[in-house]
Design a protein around this ligand. Structure first.
Ligand SMILES: [Zn+2]
Ligand SMILES: [Zn+2]
Length: 116
């Protein structure tokens, strides 16, 4: 049993502050590493399950041109220039993606090409 003399209030504050800091640091670490851990687990899971490594047996992959949206901004060179800066060209109309025929995805070449 503790008497009041044995509990140092300053030590209590420091301990809880340290605990709070540790929890915060852990949360930050978990947030940063979670996607990587997730990717690692899912890829090893896919391999162990014999699933397609590229699409995870979804049998389709997202279109790289429209990023799965199915439409792109028209505007030719300027739109691509804006895109390379990570911005959308303002007021550019959306047009159906020509690469995927506006589907936003392709049949997976890794597993769908083996399909009859
Ligand atoms: Zn597309
Ligand atoms: Zn596949």
């Amino acid at each position: 049993m503790f008497t009041e003399d044995e509990i140092n209030p300053m030590e209590n504050v420091t301990a809880s502050e340290l605990a709070g800091f540790a929890v915060g640091a852990l949360l930050v670490c978990a947030t940063i590493s979670a996607p990587r851990i997730d990717a690692f687990i899912s890829s090893s899971q896919r391999r162990s399950l014999g699933m397609c490594k590229r699409c995870g047996d979804l049998r389709m992959i997202a279109c790289s041109k429209c990023k799965g949206v199915g439409s792109t901004k028209s505007g030719g060179v300027f739109a691509e220039l804006y895109e390379s800066f990570g911005k959308d060209e303002p007021n550019a109309p959306s047009i159906p993606c020509t690469r995927c025929n506006a589907k936003g995805r392709f049949p997976c070449p890794d597993c769908c090409s083996q399909m009859p």
